[in-house]
Design a protein around this ligand. Structure first.
Ligand code: FAD
Length: 333
């Protein structure tokens, strides 16, 4: 923690991302990042009928207060009203830092709130140097930039989930206080432009599989899988290992899997214990999303494929031969 050297008035607000009534793992990482700043950490739970989520947030290690914005305007967590709420809260409650998890939700919301507050956000923070100084990757993760905020006002940040060890979801002590967000901040949402209308949400629910950002094991497939049906082969291996399934952009573009499974520069950044890349060439944009993985196993028919430069274990073989063999061996364990 930087509490020793940091100004005493640090006070941060973390936007809670939740799905099916539960906090996401990346929210726990954002809370851990906020705790590193020192000073009290408030968690903002927005939505409709989110009392249960608020109670869960109150039990997370490091949370000092939970603010609840229960409003029909936030039923679908749309960023337009949410950004108004956030900007208003940051101003009214004098938060020095406003953080969101660096996934689709946070990256959609936080820059809007920063713009409303007249502030420049820092996206994808991987390290907190001090209360004003942050490290973030640039050029698809090929370089790290250290940026320092010099203007007054709250610092708006998204925290890269894989860079901060998640805060414990259930702490030992008493839960934090839960209170309603100030009425003024809720009223600010009325100013949101009616520029977008919520139509429907579709896609995978994740089912029993872990979310990609938090998965310990990821089985990823590329263009070489050739079809949606073949991707199901990966799911069997993922199930055996309790892992998640991911894909390269080529596989997503070909329609084999939905794009929320894409890993890389324009997809998700992951850092599992084990990343198995099947029929993935290892383009720099893909590697940008996986290079923090502890152990990378690659199966590719081309011994010259760039993925082998990164892999801890490489197998030059047809994946359709390797996959069933791998599955058989693992099933024996
Ligand atoms: P390919 O490059 O076609 O590789 C397929 C591999 O499978 C080859 O190495 C081949 O030898 C091997 N193979 C073929 N048959 C078999 C078999 N039977 N068994 C085993 N191996 C086999 N890509 C991403 O993944 N994520 C991103 O976020 C991303 N963002 C991008 C952003 C930008 C701005 C740009 C320009 C590109 C981005 N890309 C991204 C695309 C990236 O450049 C590559 O095109 C893509 O990663 C290639 O996917 P692939 O490895 O599945 O396909």
């Amino acid at each position: 923690s930087f509490s020793a050297g940091a100004p005493a008035q640090i006070s941060s607000l973390v936007v809670v991302e939740h799905r099916n009534g539960a906090l996401t793992g990346s929210t726990l990482s954002a809370i851990a990042a906020a705790a590193r700043l020192g000073g009290p950490v408030s968690a903002l739970v927005g939505g409709e009928g989110v009392g249960g989520v608020a109670d869960s947030a109150a039990r997370v290690e490091g949370v000092d207060k939970v603010l609840v914005a229960d409003s029909p305007l936030l039923r679908h967590q749309q960023p337009e009203p949410y950004a108004e709420l956030l900007a208003s809260l940051a101003a009214a409650a004098a938060f020095t830092h406003v953080l969101a998890p660096g996934g689709t939700f946070g990256k959609n919301l936080l820059p809007r709130a920063a713009a409303l507050a007249g502030a420049q956000p820092a996206a994808d923070v991987v390290e907190i140097v001090d209360a004003d100084t942050f490290v973030r990757p640039i050029y698809a993760g090929n370089a790290l930039a250290t940026v320092r905020f010099t203007a007054p006002g709250p610092r708006f940040l998204t925290a890269r989930p894989t860079s901060f060890k998640p805060a414990a979801a259930a702490r030992a002590g008493a839960p934090a206080a839960v209170e309603a967000a100030p009425a003024g901040a809720l009223a600010a949402m009325a100013a949101a432009p009616a520029a977008a209308e919520w139509v429907a949400e579709s896609g995978r629910d994740g089912g029993a599989r872990p979310e990609l950002g938090a998965a310990k094991v990821i089985i990823a497939g590329g263009r070489a899988l050739k079809s949606k049906e073949n991707f199901a082969l990966l799911e069997r291996l993922a199930d055996l290992l309790g892992g998640a399934v991911a894909a390269s952009r080529a596989a997503v573009d070909a329609g084999y899997v939905p794009n929320d499974l894409q890993v890389g520069q324009t997809g998700k950044v992951v850092a599992p214990e084990l990343y198995v890349a099947l029929g993935i060439s290892g383009a720099i944009q893909h590697v940008a999303g996986i290079k923090d993985s502890k152990c990378i196993v690659a199966v590719n028919t081309d011994a010259e494929a760039p993925i082998f430069q990164l892999a801890d274990y490489g197998l030059v073989q047809d994946l359709f031969t390797a996959l069933p063999e791998l599955e058989q061996e693992i099933a024996k364990l």
